[in-house]
Ligand binder design. Structure first.
Ligand code: SAM
Length: 251
């Protein structure tokens, strides 16, 4: 009989919270979605950028129990007591320094199933992390970004914080712009209501790189001009994928 999975009590408390009718359900749902990802691939390779006290570390290690999977958790500080066990390796490093991290954990070079990005929340750092780690993600693997929902931090909301609101909005914009600049390599989903998770699934081959992002045009704010523009322009069509023409109605 297998031993009980590590951090089982913690995960059960998260499950109870996710099912409760309260705001914290979204926070629990985020952590449990990371646990579910490791549970689905107990022999997989996972990378966490930003470890701190190991909330996500513990959730992910719970799912890896009993398999040969590996979670490599990285932090600029010493967080070596945030997790434990044979499925875990902590590396103290700047999270964008892929060479140093791979030298310490060479299995990452064979292909990563999921990268969880939750380190220094600046656009420059997250962009550098994306460019450094994307090629090492397997085709079908994921990059999951924390802190992309500004709404809970807006004025008068539960976690009212001007700094966090602006940081999360900037990260969400970066991740969206990168996505729209690389539609041939990515799919994207969002989880909202807590800090927010953006989930990219890599559709291009292992080893492939992303194009740098193209900033999006500013939002249109004038309703009358927009109506006129749409009348002149007519309908859109799919341009880049012949296979889709037969099944999708251009809208
Ligand atoms: C939001 S906390 C991580 C929370 C953690 N993922 C969890 O679920 O509990 C952010 C962490 O990023 C770390 N950090 C900040 N700058 C970093 C850098 N350049 N490289 C690696 N880690 C960094 C901080 O030391 C901090 O522990």
């Amino acid at each position: 009989m297998k031993n009980t999975a590590p951090y089982q009590e913690y995960v059960e408390r998260l499950e109870a919270l996710r099912d409760a009718q309260c705001e914290e359900a979204s926070a629990a749902d985020q952590l449990l979605s990371l646990r579910d990802a490791t549970l689905a691939k107990p022999n997989g390779t996972f990378l966490e950028l930003g470890t701190w006290r190991g909330q996500a570390t513990k959730a992910m290690l719970n799912g890896l129990h009993g398999g040969d999977g590996l979670l490599v958790s990285v932090d600029i500080e010493d967080c070596s007591d945030a997790g434990g066990g044979e499925n875990w390796q902590f590396v103290q490093s700047d999270s964008k320094d892929a060479n140093a991290i791979v030298a310490a954990a060479p299995r990452l070079n064979e292909g990563i199933d999921l990268v969880y990005v939750d380190g220094m929340h600046t656009v420059a750092q997250v962009y550098a992390e994306i460019m450094a780690w994307f090629p090492k993600v397997r085709q079908g693997g994921q990059i999951v970004f924390d802190d992309v929902d500004p709404v809970p931090y807006m004025y008068g909301h539960r976690k009212d914080s001007a700094r966090k609101e602006m940081v999360n909005r900037a990260l969400r914009q970066l991740i969206s712009e990168m996505f729209y600049s690389n539609l041939d390599s990515l799919r994207m989903e969002l989880k909202m209501g807590s800090t927010g998770l953006a989930i990219w699934t890599k559709t291009s081959e292992f080893g492939s790189h992303l194009r740098p992002y193209t900033p999006m045009s500013p939002p249109r704010l004038d309703g009358q001009l927009s109506d006129l523009h749409d009348q002149l322009r007519g309908h859109s069509a799919y341009k880049n994928c012949d296979a889709i023409q037969s099944v999708m109605i251009p809208i």
